[in-house]
Design a protein around this ligand. Structure first.
Ligand SMILES: Nc1ncnc2c1ncn2[C@@H]1O[C@H](COP(=O)(O)OP(=O)(O)O)[C@@H](O)[C@H]1O
Ligand SMILES: CC(=O)OP(=O)(O)O
Ligand SMILES: [Mg+2]
Length: 398
């Protein structure tokens, strides 16, 4: 029987479920394979690749099931066939909202699960997608340990005024505050920055995680001191289908003048707004960048305008800007977006080198830039695997 030393990591985002299988016997988790579970398609699909990107396994279901359970059965079956029965020791999950109670990873019990499920209204696009695999895997392999790793945990130390909303104080006592998200990505980037550019580790840094969801983190001495998402992952930047920061009067208008229900309004803000709403074409940055339509250009322009605007808000919290890091699907791959944001920040001394940006080099600032500008691919799965290894080593199991 194989040594039971592997952890399956599931990273359920708003537009995809990424997975990674890691061996956790050494000092750093080692990737065994990675892949994608695509349950959005009419025919749900699983693709597994080797660490170098060669396809190891691919399967497609003829029909979709409500909770994607078939795909989790497929991924567990693949792992057991390829890496040995009994090899899998635990499953680590990205859980988007940890609420006020969780400042670090925790083993999932029925009690923890119930608390996380109760947070669904604060992340309606994400929390059900993050929790569905927990339930499916619990039903398929009840003996497997499951561990929750939170997007909110990295921002847990945020303090007023950054964490505070200007509403009556009694609501803060009920937990209405800025939580922040994408923390597993920001944590990875903070750690990576300390390795690849230790001279920048103490600099005033803004990390721009630009993916289907998008947010910024103001980083001081490796810790989050401000972020653009708030109580929910709806705040801050323009996103694929989310509006980001908006005049709250618009919401009142929708409820009163458009006589929308709360459900309609939630759908409008989470699913119909952002790049999709403004372009009327797509939520996908790749599609918009190649479209010739004026509305696509305008959506892209608004995305970059708002991102640059919010970088200055983060720089204000940091009392300066010395380092800017791009990550996430758009941050890593869309050179046009990096250069558009850089141009809008020229007055802060940001200068991007066109050739370095085109080649997506790790460092893309020009020599005369007052701000170091880097592109660092994120790795939320590795962060989750590290947390799982720590939880398992501490023996903090249910
Ligand atoms: N080569 C590319 N050029 C422009 N945009 C890209 C490219 N590759 C991915 N993207 C964009 O990245 C976004 C998805 O980011 P990602 O971080 O993978 O999403 P998620 O939030 O689901 O994890 C999409 O808008 C996609 O169009
Ligand atoms: C929190 C969030 O917005 O996540 P994603 O980018 O996966 O949508
Ligand atoms: Mg993501």
């Amino acid at each position: 029987m194989a040594a039971s030393n592997a952890v399956l990591v599931l990273n359920a985002g708003s537009s995809s479920i990424k997975f990674g299988l890691f061996e956790i016997s050494g000092s750093e988790p080692a990737l065994l394979c990675k892949g994608l579970l695509d349950e959005h398609e009419a025919k749900p699909r699983l693709v597994a690749k080797s660490p170098s990107g060669e396809t190891l396994f691919e399967t497609q279901r003829e029909t979709s099931d409500a909770d994607g359970g078939h795909l989790f059965a497929d991924v567990l079956g693949f792992i057991e066939d390829r890496f040995g029965q009994g090899r899998l020791h635990a499953v680590g999950h990205r859980i988007v909202h940890g609420g006020p109670d969780y400042s670090g990873p925790i083993a999932l019990t029925d009690d923890v699960y119930a608390k996380l499920e109760a947070l669904t209204p604060l992340a309606p696009l994400h929390q059900p997608r993050c929790l569905a695999p927990v339930r499916a895997i619990g039903a398929l392999r009840p003996a497997l340990t499951q561990i929750a790793c939170f997007d909110t945990a990295f921002h847990h130390g945020l303090t007023p005024p950054a964490s505070r909303f200007a509403i009556p104080r009694r609501y803060e006592a009920q937990g209405l505050r800025r939580y922040g998200f994408h923390g597993l990505s920001f944590e990875y980037i903070a750690g990576r920055l300390a390795v690849i550019a230790p001279e920048l580790a103490a600099r005033r840094t803004v990390i721009a995680h630009l993916g289907n969801g998008a947010s910024l983190c103001a980083l001081r001495d490796g810790r989050s001191v401000d972020t653009t998402m708030g109580l929910t992952p709806l705040d801050g930047l323009v996103m694929g289908t989310r509006c980001g920061t908006i005049d709250p009067g618009v919401l009142l208008y929708m409820l009163q003048q458009e006589t929308m229900t709360v459900e309609d309004l939630q759908h409008l803000l989470y699913h119909e707004s952002g790049l999709l709403g403004v372009s009327g074409i797509s939520a996908d940055m790749r599609t918009l960048l190649t479209s010739g339509e004026a509305s696509a250009r305008e959506a892209v322009d608004l995305f970059a305008f708002r991102a640059a605007q919010e970088v200055t808000v983060m720089a204000n919290t940091l009392e300066g800007l010395e380092c800017l890091v791009f990550t996430g699907g758009i941050g890593e791959h869309a050179k046009q977006i990096r250069s558009a944001i850089g141009e809008r920040l020229a007055w802060l001394g940001v200068r991007i080198d066109a050739a370095a940006n085109d080649a997506a080099r790790e460092r893309i600032n020009a020599d005369d830039s007052a701000v170091d500008v880097l592109v660092i691919p994120t790795n939320e799965e590795l962060t989750i695997a590290r947390h799982c290894a720590a939880v398992l080593q501490r023996g903090c199991l249910p």
